[in-house]
Design a protein around this ligand. Structure first.
Ligand code: ATP
Length: 438
């Protein structure tokens, strides 16, 4: 929902720790009253973005505008935000009332105003009874509510939540998730929530920003992120996805294990590569009896390999009947499972609805995997040894020219190797023919 004048605007934000680039050209606009979730795997840079906004980290490059003002020159205490940390960070020697009053005293409110505000905050988070308790006399959920109330005490324009629920158990987390969301909607505070919990992001965010290795992989509403992932990384990170290896045989047609399946070719023809991942979410796979008349496109006979009962759904692992090589997973509600009377070894008819398919070029992901592994191994090696290697690698990996050279070398060495092999084989055949003429 970015509007013409976003409340928060992040422009080309880059943060380096030594030679390590934790954030690379992050651009993001957040509207007034919007709740944005920064989602991504551990170490992708979510907290660093939050810390740059809060002024707890100095960006290496880029700008951050809050309400149209560049906040770079302001120290954290002069910025307009409230923050809640995963560890609550409450003052252990102060009572709930004193914790809530802390920020207000620093802002020179009168005693009466402070008391009124504390009562209001305790009411907002449902802690009216607990004002005189110390943090260690409260449960984890209650401590997190105090932290939230303390962050809201000065009525900031921006609320920053750094994995606020991850230390809580599942039930409390669900409950607090709803409470935070209701509170955020009620007071309409612009909020940035950092999380690695996709369920939290999908249920809470107006928009989700998926991050990967210091860059934004995709920004969109929960529906867009889950329903139309733009890359293999997002498709794999959010929810579960079947990745079937296929080869594009003609426009709109992909061959998987000798069976042709159809897909909607993209208008801008992004799938130029022959090798693709043909992807579908397990809940989108349709299963029918093998005897059902088959008029649907993208149907194939498959054999049930294994079933798992997960309470609200069954997870079924299947393999195509004609090869048994490519496996995929389907999810079926228990009622359907009973109706179809499915079990391991049974042959069923599987359908992949065309509008539920996602196609991604396969080489991107293989090279991405290679790159990730390389980066990981380099990152875990001793710093002094790897700095120069890392610099050289990133220069190499970031240059398309280097990649082209690499591919050309690979191709020509393979060709040379093949030619030598062919000569060798020909020579061997010839010599054996001369030795043993027919
Ligand atoms: P998590 O979910 O595990 O908290 P994250 O996505 O929030 O991860 P960040 O804490 O932002 O990740 O860290 C991003 C990267 O920057 C990590 O690789 C981390 O090791 C590195 N990093 C963060 N702070 C520093 C620092 N002060 N010095 C050096 N490297 C740092």
């Amino acid at each position: 929902m970015p509007s013409a004048s976003p409340y928060l605007r992040i422009v080309d934000l880059t943060k380096r720790f030594g030679t390590f680039e934790a954030l690379k050209d992050i651009n993001l606009e957040v509207s007034q009253s919007e709740l944005i979730c920064l989602l991504g795997p551990s170490g992708c840079g979510k907290t660093t973005v939050l810390r740059c906004i809060a002024g707890l980290e100095t960006p290496t490059a880029g700008q951050i505008f809050q309400n149209g003002v560049d906040i770079a020159p302001f120290p954290p205490d002069k910025r307009d935000f409230g923050i809640v940390f995963q560890s609550y960070a409450l003052f252990p020697n102060l009572t709930v009332n004193e914790n809530l009053a802390f920020g207000l005293k620093n802002r020179k409110f009168t005693k009466h105003q402070i008391e009124e505000r504390i009562a209001q905050l305790k009411h907002t988070v449902g802690l009216e009874e607990h004002g005189s308790k110390f943090p260690n006399q409260l449960s984890g959920g209650q401590q997190q509510r105090v932290a939230l109330a303390r962050a809201l005490a000065t009525s900031p324009g921006l609320l920053l939540l750094d994995e606020p629920l991850s230390a809580l158990d599942a039930k409390v987390r669900q409950h607090l998730r709803r409470e935070i969301l209701q509170l955020q909607r009620k007071i309409g505070i612009t909020t940035i929530l950092v999380t690695h919990d996709q369920e939290e992001a999908l249920t809470m965010g107006d928009r989700i920003v998926v991050m990967d290795h210091g860059i934004i992989a995709q920004t969109g509403t929960p529906g867009e992120i889950y329903g139309s992932p733009e890359s293999v990384f997002v498709a794999d990170f959010i929810g579960e996805m079947n990745f079937l290896e296929g080869i594009v045989s003609s426009p709109g047609s992909v061959m998987i294990d000798r069976t042709d399946f159809s897909f909607k070719p993209l208008p801008n023809d992004q799938v130029k590569d022959k090798n693709v991942f043909f992807c579908i979410r397990p809940e989108d796979v349709v299963i029918n009896h093998a005897s059902k008349p088959n008029s649907d496109v993208n149907s194939a006979l498959s054999i049930i390999q294994h079933t798992e009962y997960l309470g609200s759904i069954y997870r079924i692992r299947l393999a195509f009947e004609n090869s048994n090589r490519t496996e995929f997973v389907a999810q079926v509600p228990p009622a359907n499972m009973r109706e179809l009377n499915l079990g391991p070894g049974q042959t069923v008819q599987v359908n992949f609805p065309i509008d539920r398919l996602h196609i991604y070029p396969r080489w991107t992901c293989l090279w991405r995997w290679f790159l990730t592994q390389l980066r990981r191994s380099v990152a875990s090696a001793p710093i002094a040894v790897t700095i120069r290697f890392r610099e050289a690698c990133s220069q190499f990996l970031e240059s398309p020219f280097s990649w082209s050279c690499f591919f050309l070398c690979l191709r020509s060495s393979w060709k040379a190797f093949r030619t030598r092999l062919e000569i060798l084989l020909a020579y061997q055949t010839m010599s054996s023919t001369f030795k043993h003429p027919l």
